[in-house]
Design a binder for this molecule. Structure first.
Ligand code: C5P
Length: 250
């Protein structure tokens, strides 16, 4: 895989507060990363206009990461509105009620890919224990992630969001084209000043474990030279990603 194809595997998290800032990042990083991800903060501030603006400029489409979690009917109605924005992917929490995921997929009707969030990468064993999860899952979060990934597949989701630490288990359980999108990517040995992620991995490790796309925000945004940081990450991915299908097939 050449570094350009590898760069297409990077989903840049536009975790910024204004349309102007978002536009500057899209312009700066175009050609170095693949998909741009609009999250809650930016969407609450700018709404569908920012999705439309990026779509006009980037053929790879937009990942509208709203992490829906509500009663099935509300999620279904929200999904209709998301599909109307023309986003390529969106997210729904793959929590307790599989009906919520199924309703989301039905409402999406193939217009937008639904990715199930298995377990946030900011959640660790101690959080699961404190939340009362049975000890099997608190000690082995990867089992909980695989369980939720299987349910997401059964509900018709396009894929899951999970940490690199669980990607290999999920990939063994569910082959491609089911997508694995992995946040919590960190450069080896480089801690961030604003760290809140717990289950982290390097880009090379996550791709080698079976991830198709990597969500990366701060390691690029906070780098002294963001384009160079994105290119370095793409080279890391290229070094391990030879047997990946082309990003345009997934
Ligand atoms: O690389 P960085 O930690 O800055 O990336 C943070 C981004 O990853 C945020 O946009 C966050 O919403 C997203 N994310 C995450 N954990 C998940 C799903 C998405 O951190 N399970």
């Amino acid at each position: 895989m050449n570094p350009e194809e590898a760069g297409a595997r990077i989903v840049f998290a536009l975790d910024v507060a204004s349309e102007g800032e978002a536009r500057r990042w899209v312009e700066e990083l175009s050609g170095c990363v693949g998909v741009f991800k609009v999250g809650l903060e930016l969407f609450i501030r700018c709404g569908p206009a920012i999705v439309a603006w990026i779509r006009e400029r980037r053929p790879e489409g937009v990942f509208l990461d709203l992490k829906l979690h509500d009663i099935p009917q509300t999620v279904g109605r929200a999904m209709e509105a998301i599909a109307a924005t023309g986003a390529r992917w969106t997210t729904v929490h793959g929590g307790e009620n599989p009906t919520m995921l199924k309703t989301a997929v039905e409402a999406a009707a193939g217009r937008v890919g639904v990715l199930a969030v298995t377990l946030l990468t900011s959640v660790g064993r101690e959080h699961l224990r404190a939340a009362g999860y049975r000890s099997l899952w608190a000690e082995h979060p990867e089992d909980l992630v695989v369980e939720r990934a299987l349910r997401a597949r059964d509900a018709g989701c396009a894929g899951v969001v999970c940490s690199g630490r669980e990607a290999a288990r999920v990939r063994r359980a569910i082959p491609r084209p089911f997508l694995i999108v992995t946040p919590g990517i960190r450069a080896a040995g480089r801690a961030l000043s604003s760290e809140d992620q717990v289950r982290v991995m390097t880009a090379a490790e996550a791709i080698a474990a079976g991830a198709d796309y990597l969500v990366i925000g701060r390691p690029i945004r906070e780098a002294p030279d963001p384009r160079q940081a994105a290119r370095r990450l793409a080279r890391e991915i290229a070094a391990v990603g030879d047997d990946l299908p082309s990003p345009h097939q997934s």
